[in-house]
Design a protein around this ligand. Structure first.
Ligand code: ADP
Length: 397
């Protein structure tokens, strides 16, 4: 069975074709600058030559999906000879609101809900729906599955997801914490229980998904009980370009002082803040480390603030769960950057966390990086959102 996984962003489309017999990637790629000048596609088939950044007009996501299918079928760099070889398509969908706690085969009701959630995910949900409809038009007999980024967090109790604002706003507009990166938190927490030898029915796990976007989740017996992102991905940790938690009055203050609209200020908090905004150097931790090493104080401060915020959230989740058995690092930074892991764990001595410094130097693979006598296991589990989406898709069809 072969599953095509599509992840439509506001102006991009990432894809992977996965052979589920052995869970191997047959081809992957990305369409960028969709709907803009200079749109391009990069296609990497496994075991043969592909192409990079080939300019192609892509007025919308439908045109992009068509190009992806053409690339997969191409005589030279294709990996299938007939579209019928694609047994199902799994779509990453940003926001399922309060409606979906699991993935679901797409039907008219599912599309209606994705549309109803446009306000909650204004950049992604419309692109996700166009991707689904483009696939329906191009391969009408192939099942489509929606895998929601919010679904895993739907088990949070009300005390964790409510904001202390007038209740009518929850009733009228469903304003509450939803959380994101759900596919990753679900995949990584499950794998941590298996790999870390924890008891699935009696386990407390904190997953630290630290990439360009970053979020934490608290997971009790495999179910999410709290997470750091909120109504939108802006809440919580300091991220590459997102501010994470700030006093909401900051928005009004900047708007008044700089004569900007609320939308403009939110754009700044989403795209120009985080470690990028603090350092003025980069959103990438490799650049920040290099800058800090050459004496850039702002880069050093940005990394320190990032680490401090992660450590504070870990502490709050230990309190929420009344303990923790394992702390798990994942995503670009979590999987690869031993220095940042070690700086975070340096705050956790009170929990009896002890890192194995040699193991912590390794990167990008499943491993236990705590010492045998550490009171809490510290793990690295590489995330694989595409494979998780493909597995959910297969399970449903
Ligand atoms: P996203 O999917 O949110 O775009 P990723 O999970 O791919 O992000 O993570 C990207 C980030 O991971 C980069 O911005 C960088 O800060 C960090 N990163 C990746 N590799 C390394 C590394 N070897 N050392 C330090 N940081 C790294």
């Amino acid at each position: 069975m072969k599953v095509l996984v599509l992840n439509c962003g506001s102006s991009s489309l990432k894809y992977q074709l996965i052979d589920m017999e052995n869970e191997s990637v047959l081809a992957k790629g990305i369409c960028e600058k969709i709907g803009m000048d200079g749109s391009m596609i990069s296609h990497t088939p496994t075991g043969k030559e592909g192409f990079k950044e080939r300019k192609e007009p892509m007025p919308d996501h439908k045109a992009a999906v068509k190009l992806v299918i053409d690339a997969l079928l191409d005589k030279n760099w294709g990996v299938i000879s007939d579209m019928k070889e694609i047994d199902a398509v799994g779509h990453r969908v940003l926001h399922g609101g309060k409606y979906y706690s699991e993935s679901i085969v797409v039907n008219p009701d599912v599309k209606r809900v994705i549309r109803e959630c446009f306000d909650l995910g204004p950049l992604h949900n419309p692109a996700n729906l166009i991707g689904i409809e483009a696939c329906e038009a191009l391969m009408p007999n192939t099942p489509q599955v929606a895998v929601f980024d919010t679904a895993f967090h739907q088990t949070m109790p009300k005390k964790a997801y409510t904001y202390a604002i007038p209740y009518e706003y929850y009733d009228k507009y469903a304003i509450r914490k939803y959380g994101f990166h759900g596919t990753s938190h679900s995949f990584v927490s499950k794998r941590a229980i298996e790999f870390g030898g924890l008891d699935p029915k009696n386990s407390k796990v904190i997953v630290c998904h630290l990439g360009n976007g970053a979020s934490l989740s608290a997971v009790v017996n495999g179910k999410c009980v709290d997470t750091s992102m909120g109504l939108t991905p802006l809440e919580g940790l300091i991220m590459g370009t997102r501010s994470g938690d700030v006093d909401p009055a900051v928005v009004q203050y900047i708007a008044n002082k700089e004569n900007k609209t609320v939308d403009e200020v939110l754009n700044i908090l989403n795209k120009k803040s985080g470690v990028f905004g603090l350092s003025g150097v980069s959103s990438d931790f490799r650049d920040l480390e290099a800058a800090a090493n050459s004496g850039n104080e702002r880069a050093k401060d940005a990394v320190e603030a990032f680490v401090y915020r992660v450590a504070k959230y870990i502490g709050s989740y230990v309190a929420a769960m009344n303990g923790v058995d394992a702390i798990v690092f994942t995503a670009g930074l979590g999987e690869n950057d031993g220095k940042t892991r070690s700086r975070i764990c340096a705050y956790l001595g009170y929990l009896g966390v002890k890192l194995d410094d040699e193991m912590n130097k390794l990167r990008g693979k499943e491993m236990v990086i705590s010492t045998p006598d550490s009171k809490v296991k510290v793990l690295v589990i590489p995330t694989n959102e595409e494979l998780a989406i493909a597995r959910e898709t297969i399970a449903l069809i």
